[in-house]
Design a protein around this ligand. Structure first.
Ligand SMILES: Cc1ncc(COP(=O)(O)O)c(C=O)c1O
Length: 370
């Protein structure tokens, strides 16, 4: 008997969680354009456009700037597995889930990990990183710019400067900040940076933009050992994205159409305008939450505009609230991860989802549910 499966018919949600964010129709339309070969001369032109636009969005002149064909975690893995050699001493900042993930990946790649920790909800203390650097022989420092599990924005410039004074590479996770907050790769001296498409870039999940500075490329070229991960070995992937266009893997053609269109929309809006929009909508949300008697976890000067960690008031059932928001109001927000499970809601205002209308809709829905 032939199987009969239901038609795909996902509900259009208001995506206000930790990602994915809502996707502009133009991006979805771009993804439905005819698939062509990934080495087609027309596709090569699209790839060149992607690289040029991504450099503008990441504020970098780095030649090695392109999307990895996998999600943000692959960008994390790509930066670490290409720049760490067995036995390297690496400082990893840990104040949430994604710092923990970096430490895990660094360890799997043979690093001797120096963990610099801060309580979840607080930023890392640059002085502690400075002391660890002074203790000597550090090859790499890695921190998360926007810790999605806590809503904390980590200031980067001081850490970058200290890392360079000690000749260490500086790696940054910009998954939740790129496109919503300034991420000034060249000006701040970031050596390797990765992001994801599904947050402030508002492109469906599936790609991870990465960039490597000349110093990082030099470190890559001076490796004593082969990069242990075949798929993410930048010495090979860059040959596909570079002049040679040597086949490495079959690029996800239609996903890259969406990426192209999404980057174009970001540059049309203007980076500065986009950052200000994220800031304004975050402030609108904070003011409304205040009226409801609700507080954010991080101190005001360390708050992400893209991800708001809201403390759940005592006696309120986390899951029941989120379930009602979804079922009655069609709004998705996120729950806490790890030690913050049941203690915070994570309210995303990312990319296309960062609008005053969404803020008002969410506040009104939350007021009714509470
Ligand atoms: C800060 C941060 N880093 C890394 C990741 C991993 O990205 P992905 O889930 O796309 O693999 C995420 C995902 O939420 C994140 O928020």
């Amino acid at each position: 008997m032939p199987h009969c499966y239901a038609e795909l018919n996902p509900t259009e949600r208001v995506l206000m969680g930790p990602g994915p964010s809502n996707v502009p129709p133009a991006v979805l339309q771009a993804m439905a354009l005819p698939t062509i070969g990934h080495l087609d001369p027309e596709f090569v032109v699209i790839m060149d456009g992607i690289k040029a636009m991504l450099k503008e969005v990441m504020l970098t002149d780095n030649e090695l700037t392109f999307p990895i064909s996998a999600t943000g975690s692959a960008g994390m893995e790509a930066c670490l597995c290409n720049l760490i050699e067995p036995g390297d001493r690496c400082i990893i900042g840990i104040n949430g889930v994604f710092g923990q993930r970096m430490a895990d990946i660094a360890q799997r790649n043979g690093a001797d990990v120096v963990r610099i920790e801060a309580p979840w909800g607080q930023p890392l203390d640059p002085d502690e990183i400075g002391q660890a650097l002074n203790a000597g022989n550090i090859q790499l420092v890695a921190v998360v710019h926007g810790e999605t599990s806590t809503g904390v924005l980590q200031p980067l410039e001081e850490i970058a400067q200290m890392a360079h004074e000690h000749n260490a590479l500086f790696v940054v996770d910009a998954v939740t900040s790129l496109g919503g907050h300034p991420v000034r790769v060249d000006e701040w001296g970031i050596d390797a940076c990765y992001s994801g498409t599904q947050k402030c870039l508002s492109i469906p999940p599936g790609l991870s933009p990465v960039t490597f500075s000349d110093r990082a490329v030099q470190a890559l070229e001076n490796r004593q050992t082969k990069v242990p991960n075949w798929y993410l070995d930048m010495t090979m992937v860059r040959e596909y994205w570079g002049e040679a266009r040597t086949y490495h893997h079959t690029a996800p053609v239609n996903t890259l159409y969406g990426f192209y269109e999404g980057l174009k929309l970001i540059l049309e809006e203007g980076l500065e305008n986009r950052w200000q929009r994220h800031k304004r909508n975050h402030q609108l949300l904070v003011a409304g939450l205040d009226e409801l008697g609700l507080e954010l976890l991080p101190a005001p000067e360390y708050r992400l505009w893209s991800l708001n960690a809201v403390k759940i008031p005592g006696g309120v059932d986390d899951l029941a609230v989120r379930k009602q928001l979804l079922e009655r109001f069609n709004i998705e927000i996120g729950g806490g991860l790890g030690e913050l499970k049941g203690r915070i809601w994570r309210v995303g205002l990312m990319g296309y989802s960062s609008t005053p209308n969404n803020v008002i809709l969410f506040l009104e829905a939350l007021r009714k549910v509470l």
